[in-house]
Design a binder for this molecule. Structure first.
Ligand SMILES: NC(=O)C1=CN([C@@H]2O[C@H](COP(=O)(O)OP(=O)(O)OC[C@H]3O[C@@H](n4cnc5c(N)ncnc54)[C@H](OP(=O)(O)O)[C@@H]3O)[C@@H](O)[C@H]2O)C=CC1
Ligand SMILES: N[C@@H](C[C@H]1CC(C(=O)O)=NO1)C(=O)O
Length: 327
């Protein structure tokens, strides 16, 4: 059984508990938190909850550490740090900063003869794979990524980090006219702003500067500054009543042409409809944790992404069964 540990107990941390429980070849051995462990209640009996100060003592007792912090401020620090002690995997999703995150994690993992995997989930992750498949198969074409309407955990986490924010949820909303244009096959040119709007619900701390919070959201680079964003301040009661869900989804669609005169048009579409963004994301993380261990057993170290992973490594099935049942 592969020994899995969680670092960071939020939505993703809770999701990893569920996903490991569903994995016949894995067991959860520890949950690490930066908080006081006595304040962190997990769902799995018999698994220790420990402060990060105790992690060094566990580095030879864990096969893969799944790092569940936020991308805005946690993962840039946590993943390189712990890649020097453990085989690690994270869901880092600040797309513009993935190259620099990869470089930092790669240096740490290689220095410690460990394997690391970053940006694992659905976007980046499954959507990344499908963009590469579609672009490679239909080189003459155009692809589009749409999300929602649903809760972006990355954007919600980024808002929660703003001074004066007690809680927040961000809904990503696709622009219907853009969707219609894409589905018509007309391959429209669309700016970031023309494809999605963003809707944020914030519970502010008592006495917080709401104008400061709204401006900090709307001008936030890599998250909101390229979008038309609406910010609503609501009570904690209304937030808990109307905004406790974490559903999301989206699709990658590519239209491309083939034939000597480009006479034929093809459409590739990969679609996700998610009741729980974190539970789906952590199901991806756990499958890729399995692959990371196989790649490490084959002598691979350093940082990888989903683009580097043979699909068969994700599965619990043997190569023979995969050939017999999945080809
Ligand atoms: N690639 C992809 O497709 C996806 C990526 N993601 C990424 O996952 C990241 C994490 O998302 P999510 O799990 O929703 O973030 P959360 O805000 O739920 O958790 C982030 C961290 O905050 C700390 N935390 C959680 N709850 C509390 C609390 N009540 N009080 C104080 N600290 C708390 C935890 O660390 P600690 O226990 O150490 O305090 C936790 O690891 C996102 O930022 C996003 O970038 C998410 C979905 C998809
Ligand atoms: N990384 C995203 C997963 C998808 C959702 C999304 C968005 O709504 O902007 N972008 O990518 C998340 O944190 O939920």
């Amino acid at each position: 059984m592969a020994k899995i540990a969680i670092l960071g107990y939020g939505n993703l941390g809770r999701g990893v508990e569920c996903a490991v429980k569903q994995a016949p070849d894995m067991e959860l051995v520890a949950v690490f938190t930066r908080r006081d462990p006595l304040t962190v209640k997990i769902q799995t009996a018999g698994v220790p909850v420990l402060n990060v100060s105790e992690m060094e003592a566990w580095k030879d007792k864990v096969d893969v550490l799944i790092i569940c912090g936020g991308s805005a401020t946690d993962l840039p620090v946590l993943t390189p740090k712990y890649a020097s002690m453990f085989n690690v995997i994270d869901s880092f999703d600040t797309h513009a900063k993935i190259p620099q995150h990869f470089a930092a994690v790669d240096a740490a993992a290689k220095g410690a003869n460990k394997i690391a995997m970053i940006s694992v989930g659905w976007d980046p992750g499954m959507f990344s794979l499908n963009r590469v498949y579609a672009q490679s198969i239909l080189p003459e074409g155009k692809d589009y990524t749409f999300w929602g309407k649903g809760v972006s955990q990355g954007h919600s986490d980024a808002v929660r980090r703003i001074k004066g924010v007690k809680n927040a949820k961000q809904y990503t909303c696709p622009v219907e006219s853009a969707l219609e244009a894409v589905r018509s096959g007309s391959m429209p040119e669309l700016t970031t702003r023309q494809k999605h709007t963003r809707l944020v619900y914030v519970v502010a701390e008592e006495g917080a500067d709401k104008a400061y919070i709204e401006n900090a959201i709307k001008t936030m680079p890599n998250y909101f500054d390229e979008y038309d964003t609406t910010v609503n301040f609501i009570s904690e009661e209304e937030f808990n009543k109307n905004h406790s869900g974490l559903a999301h989804g989206g699709f990658v669609i590519r239209t491309g042409k083939t034939g000597m005169n480009k006479e034929h048009t093809h459409v590739i579409e990969y679609s996700l409809k998610l009741d729980s963004n974190p539970e789906f994301t952590t199901s991806v993380l756990v499958a890729y944790a399995r692959a990371a261990l196989r790649m490490k057993a084959n002598g691979q170290t350093g940082c990888k992404t989903v683009l580097d992973v043979p699909p068969a490594y994700l599965s619990t099935l043997s190569d023979e069964d995969l050939r017999a049942h999945c080809l």
